[in-house]
Design a protein around this ligand. Structure first.
Ligand SMILES: NC(=O)c1ccc[n+]([C@@H]2O[C@H](COP(=O)([O-])OP(=O)(O)OC[C@H]3O[C@@H](n4cnc5c(N)ncnc54)[C@H](OP(=O)(O)O)[C@@H]3O)[C@@H](O)[C@H]2O)c1
Length: 259
């Protein structure tokens, strides 16, 4: 059987790096995307050591030409795409009144528009391989905390697009897997934009997961064709409560906003 080709965005660090190594351990060819060339080359070496093949493809995925180059590189070098992991993303912590529209546009270009466009570009090869699209959402894709409105809006948008895409692709054989982590121990908070508030909200009861744990659960979800996975008890409780008891959730959010 041919080696699987897995394209991972945001593979230079954090969850993306762990995903790349988890697929490498299965012998996959992992096409690694990110802007930091040196970090990607280093992950490519780790991928090789883990039993896979790493193809470092540096570029900014908010740029259409770079997106095309990424998908073309995967097809040119391996002839196939089995899994596209839309993982690259960042946070934006700010009070609603401080939200900067240009910053929000940059956020949406990375967290929403890049995954949409990359998935469109990879769709034909994914149909041929009967493959999977993985969308890295967040607990913020179903729950909006104070000072996280813009980030949550980007992840809510990703969730909505995933729901309709999954329905449209139902007979195509392409699976759409949404991953919803809570806090994970990565450079996410350091790489986020924060204005007037600290980067990082960790509500009581939310313990940090490791990126390796998120990767392990993600591969299992792809294997089992799961539509959505919530990666911790904290995410499951927050997600459930926000739907069944919205007034309670509004109280908690108001208390969080007061600090
Ligand atoms: N960590 C958490 O607590 C947490 C919780 C829930 C969901 N998530 C989601 O998980 C995903 C991964 O986050 P992480 O925690 O692993 O954070 P991270 O360590 O900051 O990784 C983000 C990745 O995105 C890449 N990236 C950023 N801007 C890019 C651009 N314009 N073009 C190409 N690549 C770009 C970065 O690479 P370069 O710098 O090399 O470009 C990096 O590899 C994100 O979608 C995030 O929203 C994270």
């Amino acid at each position: 059987m041919a080696r699987q080709t897995v394209v991972v965005t945001g593979a230079s660090s954090g969850i993306g790096r762990s995903l790349a190594l988890a697929w490498a351990a299965r012998g996959a060819v992992v096409v690694l995307s990110g802007r930091d060339d040196d970090a990607l080359e280093s992950v490519a070496r780790e991928v090789k050591a883990a039993g896979g093949e790493g193809i470092a493809t540096a570029g900014d995925i908010t740029d259409e030409e770079q997106r095309r180059l990424l998908v073309d590189r995967a097809l040119h070098d391996t002839g196939r795409i089995d899994v596209l992991v839309n993982n690259a993303g960042r946070g934006y912590y700010a009070a609603f009144r401080d939200l900067d529209i240009d910053e929000m546009e940059r956020l949406f270009r990375l967290n929403v528009l890049a995954p949409v466009r990359l998935t469109q570009l990879a769709l034909e090869p994914l149909m041929r391989s009967q493959g999977a699209v993985v969308m890295l959402s967040s607990v913020a894709g179903v729950v909006a905390a104070p000072h996280l409105g813009a980030y949550a809006a980007s992840k809510f948008a990703l969730e909505a697009l995933s729901i309709s895409m999954r329905a449209e692709l139902r007979t195509s054989g392409v699976r759409v897997v949404v991953v919803r982590p809570g806090p994970v121990g990565t450079a996410f908070r350091k790489n986020s934009v924060a204005v007037g508030v600290p980067a990082g909200i960790r509500p009581a009861g939310a313990t940090e997961q490791t990126p390796d744990e998120i990767a392990r659960q993600t591969l299992r979800a792809v294997d089992r064709s799961r539509a959505v996975i919530e990666t911790s008890a904290f995410v499951r409780v927050a997600s459930f409560t926000s739907r069944v008891a919205p007034p309670l959730f509004r109280l908690v959010a108001a208390r969080m906003a007061r600090g």
